[in-house]
Design a protein. Structure first.
Length: 197
């Protein structure tokens, strides 16, 4: 696990995990120079599943925009952003951030994750989420939230295994190009047992 704080500054996270198939997964914070790898990753995942927020082709960041995004994450103490890398290629990303900087919201954080389809079922998402959960605990976050398409059984099963609970349903949260809709569950992981009741 990463040590997320160092003398009041962000301590870069970098861990190596041996996967079931023998491949080595590097989980780390993105850095300047990762722009093209992240762009390639986001364009790929958008075309591999209907469970993400964008239609294929909608991700349109330029290299400069992606570089500025990475810088903004590095410099923001209320965001924790990770990439998963195998063989020098970014194959996953996971991020968590405080919902809003107003005092009434500082107890809440929201998470998002995307793993390339070729790398599903290897425990990559779970490892990355565990790093984000550790960051939340260190920040004093009491509840971690995410939204997931109700038909995404694989992800829902993983989230439940970590301790997330379904708290509600958003009807017609997504509308696809073909005119069909998808509902989303709001899931919450209560990091303070008192809040779970």
């Amino acid at each position: 696990m990463c040590n997320h704080q160092k003398e009041g500054l962000k301590d870069p996270c970098k861990n190596e995990y041996l996967l079931r198939d023998g491949q080595r997964l590097i989980v780390r914070n993105p850095k300047i120079g990762d722009e093209q790898g992240l762009i390639n990753h986001m364009k790929a995942v958008d075309s591999e599943t209907k469970f993400l927020a964008r239609e294929p082709g909608e991700f349109s960041f330029t290299l400069e925009q992606e570089r500025e995004f990475i810088k903004s994450c590095i410099n923001n103490e209320n965001i924790f952003f990770l990439v998963g890398e195998i063989g020098g290629k970014i194959i996953a990303n996971c991020s968590v951030g405080i919902v809003m900087n107003n005092k009434r919201y500082l107890h809440r954080a929201a998470m998002g994750i995307a793993v390339r389809k070729d790398y599903w079922h290897r425990g990559i998402g779970k490892r990355m989420m565990e790093e984000c959960i550790k960051w939340c605990r260190e920040k004093g976050v009491e509840q971690l939230e995410l939204e997931v398409v109700t038909q995404n059984n694989r992800a829902i099963s993983m989230y439940k295994s970590i301790g997330f609970q379904i708290q509600g349903t958003k009807k017609h949260a997504l509308k696809y190009r073909d005119g069909s809709y998808a509902d989303e569950y709001l899931m919450i992981l209560f990091l303070n047992d008192i809040n779970a009741n």
